[in-house]
Design a protein around this ligand. Sequence first.
Ligand code: ATP
Ligand code: MG
Length: 491
Amino acid sequence: LRSPCRSFHGNNRLLTSQIVSYYESINQCKKELPEYFNFASDVLDEWARLEKDGRKPANPAFWWVSDEGEEVKWSFEELGSLSRKAANVLCEACALQRGDRAMAVLPRVPEWWLLNVACMRAGIVFIPGTSQLTAKDISYRLQASKAKCIITSDTLAPALESVLPGSQFLRSKLIVGRGSRAGWLNLKELLAVASADHECVKTRSQEPMLIYFTSGTTGFPKMVVQSHSSYGIGFTISGSYKFPSLKHCVTGGEALNPEVFAKWKIQTGLDIHEGYGQTETVTICANMKGMKIKPGSLGKAVPPYDVQIVDDHGAVVPAGEEGTIAVRVQPTRPFCLFSQYLDNPEQTAASMRGDFYVTGDRGVMDEEGYVWFVGRADDIINSAGYRIGPFEVESALLQHPAVSEVAVVSSPDPVRGEVVKAFIVLAPAFVSHDPEKLTHELQQHVKKVTAPYKYPRKVEFVQDLPKTATGKIQRKALKSKEWARVRQGQE
Ligand code: ATP
Ligand code: MG
């Protein structure tokens, strides 16, 4: 492929559907992945050409509205021209070359998308980081990624400065916004004088485009390398929904408790469509629009992924049996699966089992192919031979009005090996209740709504739960603390 558009004629409607069906065919493995692919030149620039020829309705390429009502609207032509200027800024003033890495710690301002496209054009690997990261998080990410450029806003720059001297790889620092600081370049000023001529690099489909850090729920975040095709082609397929008003709700990243599903339905009249995936895979299962939703399930495999539940040897287990959620990589490795964990060959190798990439999450597939989440493998509790997933116990506890948030982990026990322990954040109305009575009541409640052996033998009321920057509960951190504390007490 250069782009399919170059060989297509006809009106825009036909062209759009042809492009989408071309990429869909790749996703369904009916067509081969092109050797070269670059979203900026193969998709955005094609749309700009259609726009210029009047063969495309005048819909903006980009439309951003801030909380204060400030608007930024770009046509494809404007996005193209601005991102070419930004690519020149990165290559010249920031001294970045193809293959170099640039990390952006930014709120979702228009420049975030602009720089994304600029990096695609220049072959620079973009590393997005949320503005909620702490100085320690940023320091770790800079060192691990060996990023040569850091991009941030004028308001975040002062906080970042404390960690920057520690990074020996950093060559340039770029501020987005109005402010100026000594030692920092300013994107706005540089864009005003930059040339709009830039030749987009010809990237191979599998060439690195992005490095995402995983959430770090279980340890140090890992660097997940995604290629030009994995995101570029995936996005081309999913760009078609419109949301004039709320019609469709999705969730992912953490288990969706039935309680949340039910409350949402009552208050909005809408179902939540749950999806499941990882930084490594993007979405692998989903309750997609139009299909039967099974509340509480992760949905069915999303093409091109062949999702199976496998045992410890990589053999597929029968429907209804618990195992590891896995993605088939033989004979064909899905092109949208990450390439590797950067600088971590051991972890990369450990993620493969026989013909499968293993997610590290436990689940069950039913007869209709829907996958049900049990828990992260490390979070499963083994109490006197019973294997208990934290999700089910947490869901049961959340049905009680006293429970605002909860995390269930194992606690060491001299007789049972491990027992179920619940860390609970109470709803405000229950904070002054007698803790012993409340514990008993919650234990009885769990015994009633789920298998009695799953009830939490230990309960601790806490102010809050440890979470990652993206709000995921760090059960592993709670478990380590719990085990250390109990063992210390036993000595
Ligand atoms: P790390 O790998 O650094 O420990 P992480 O696994 O949380 O962190 P992500 O890639 O952001 O990093 O998250 C993927 C994980 O999130 C999945 O492996 C799974 O455990 C969990 N997850 C994602 N979607 C769901 C879901 N719908 N239900 C339950 N868990 C989910
Ligand atoms: Mg993970």
